[in-house]
Write a protein that binds this ligand. Structure first.
Ligand code: RVP
Length: 486
């Protein structure tokens, strides 16, 4: 029968990268990439929009390392706005007025001393009722007054010749001011001398620690946000709060109602809009004219039961390759989402045509993930669940999609609730993941990701070949940081 003449589709374990001539040292490989038309990353990695993976803590961690965190949508719009603001403000050069601790000239030295200690700052601009900057007071100014002059007013002790900067001050200018005047903080003022912010030596040094961070044009960390396909209000709110990339969060974006709505959302926001998930050439063709990126994955996720529940899906290597065939000529970046267990899977996804990869289970066990720590048989785990699991749908998704459902029986979940080993910091997980990807670039002999995509070739692996590829005929005695038997 015609029906049974079916095409083959491949996934990670079906293929390996063919080793090629190379002079590329993995350390020197450039792993920067575009995640969407207007957003560049320094690592080709995203953390999944799931309520046990990405909230602001994870998103800040990802962006500081050079990748992108995508905030999940199981939260109300107010909370989402706060979460986006947390990410966008995390490494800001200028601390905003509302977050600056200030003193009044008439306050006593002991009051201000206590206030600075409580707020954990070592100095504060002194302002009048109109917020005009009159001086600045620091621990050094206060010290001579302790014990003997604690009831004196701040105006006695403060430095009144204040060095200030304008709003558009750069990190370099601020450092120069600090160096020239031997000071550690510079109030930022408007034309009228009113306080609008503060630059501190500490905040500059903190930024320096994350030289590889993925930042927007204003130097703030980049932030991704998931929005439901029909939630244009949420999309607008996320856009206004400063999201850099919106991810239309849908299990089957080749639904024409979803695409209509995504197209409308794209027209009403400034942020880039990534459309997903898709898994076929036809779906890519339907979205490539307006999407700023396409996200691929129909059923590969570790906690996903879509393929068993619905009988539909596309093995991930074939899905990525089909979508990339359509997207690459149009300059639309492709993100491979789900099913990545090892660094080797991640670089195979890039070889198939992806520009970046998105992972859930790989990061769910880190400190930065929001899930709670569970101890079982003396080992630590963190909760990890599918967004289509009963638990996740009940706490958020359920509100939106299943308003009338009051019994568990009403849900037809496409995900499970699980636990994943507790892993320590995101930075060390990313180090292993990206280190392995770089190694793959070394074997193929490509210095950049676009070059790698072009050059990489696959070989097909039999199940005997697959067994050969894993540790075999030995008993593993010590855990490797980047390998555990599945
Ligand atoms: P993984 O990295 O294999 O854990 O997969 C994570 C991906 O799985 C997510 O980015 C998302 O695309 C998908 N997902 C999330 N929830 C569910 C589900 O409940 N079926 N699937």
């Amino acid at each position: 029968s015609e029906k049974l003449r079916v095409p083959e589709a491949l996934t990670f374990d079906d293929v390996l990268l063919r080793p090629m001539e190379s002079r590329v040292e993995p350390d020197e490989a450039d792993v920067s990439t575009a995640v969407s038309k207007n957003v560049e990353l320094n690592l080709p990695v995203l953390s999944a929009a799931m309520d046990t993976v990405t909230e602001s803590g994870m998103a800040i961690g990802m962006a500081r390392e050079g990748g992108l965190g995508v905030l999940h949508q199981n939260m109300d719009v107010e909370t989402m706005i706060t979460e986006i603001e947390r990410v966008k403000r995390a490494d800001e050069l200028v601390i905003r007025r509302e977050n600056v601790v200030t003193a009044r000239p008439s306050q006593t030295i002991s009051e201000v001393d206590l206030m600075m200690e409580r707020q954990g700052v070592s100095g504060a601009p002194v302002v009048d009722d109109d917020d005009e900057v009159l001086g600045i007071i620091s621990g050094t100014d206060i010290r001579p007054y302790l014990e003997v002059g604690e009831s004196d007013a701040v105006r006695e002790a403060m430095t009144d010749e204040v060095i200030t900067a304008a709003r558009d001050v750069t990190a370099r200018d601020a450092l120069e001011l600090m160096y020239d005047h031997k000071i550690e903080r510079v109030p930022v003022v408007d034309e009228g001398g009113h306080l609008v912010g503060l630059v501190t030596m500490q905040s500059i040094l903190q930024r320096r620690e994350h030289e590889n961070a993925a930042r927007d044009d204003d130097g703030r960390l980049v932030c991704g946000v998931a929005v439901g396909p029909f939630e244009s209000d949420r999309a607008t709110a996320a856009d206004e709060a400063g999201a850099d990339v919106l991810f239309i969060d849908c299990a089957h974006a080749h639904n024409l109602n979803v695409l209509d709505s995504a197209r409308e959302i794209k027209q009403s926001v400034e942020a880039d809009v990534v459309v997903g998930n898709v898994g076929t050439r036809e779906a890519a063709e339907a979205a490539v004219d307006f999407a700023d990126g396409l996200k691929v994955g129909i059923g590969p996720g570790s906690i996903c039961t879509t393929r068993v529940v619905s009988g539909a899906g596309m093995p991930q290597i074939t899905a990525v390759a089909e979508v990339a065939d359509v997207a690459a000529p149009e300059g639309v970046p492709v993100i491979a989402d789900g099913g990545i267990r090892y660094s080797g899977d991640a670089i195979k996804a890039i070889a198939a045509g992806a520009d970046a990869v998105m992972l859930g289970s790989y990061f769910a066990g880190t400190e930065e993930a929001p899930g709670r720590v569970i101890t079982m048989n003396g080992k630590k785990y963190k909760q990890y669940r599918g967004m289509g699991s009963v638990g996740a749908m009940k706490s958020g998704g359920g509100d939106r999609y299943l308003k009338d459902a009051d019994e568990d029986e009403e849900f037809v979940p496409e995900g499970v609730e699980a636990a994943t080993p507790y892993k320590g910091t995101l930075a060390s997980e990313l180090h292993q993941l990206v280190g392995g990807m770089r190694s793959g670039m070394g074997y193929v002999g490509a210095e950049t990701l676009p070059g790698f995509k072009e050059r990489a070739e696959f070989v097909r692996v039999s199940s005997a070949g697959q067994t050969e590829g894993h540790p075999h005929d030995v008993m593993i005695t010590d855990e490797a940081p980047n390998y555990s038997p599945q």
